[in-house]
Design a protein around this ligand. Sequence first.
Ligand code: FE2
Length: 161
Amino acid sequence: MRKKTIEDYVELIYILQDKTGKVHTNDIAFALDISPASVTEIFQKLSDEDYINYEKYSGVTLTSKGKKIAIEIKIKHDTLKKFLMILGISEKTANEDACKIEHIVTPETMKRFTKFVEFVQKFKEEPKWLDNFEHFYKTGEYFESASIESDNNSIHEKKSQ
Ligand code: FE2
């Protein structure tokens, strides 16, 4: 498993903070299935680097530096998740993979993903070519070749008549 980075912790604090105001040691310990002692160590490190405001026993909040990073990651996460779901990936897997890709994706690639998601979402209904891709994914058949085949059939029918 990939080692958790500062970005991961800041993102998690941001998500939990959003719901409860402050984030406590036990919230993180429970979410990551690690000991409260390990969380205390992480909080200390994040506090030393000015990502969180940390006072023992009163929970933590993100500093403006921490919040800035958290928001950037959250935007990347949401876009990557949408991108993967457009490709037909389940929400659960898209969520998990987005959380990994968001830490390593280059700005150039991220920009393309963002534009692509924006482009696809402009359509009122799911674009036909995405349906075609889904069909291809499931069957290995191109809609185009299927229609050429039926065209050929109709030619044969005409010839044999
Ligand atoms: Fe994430």
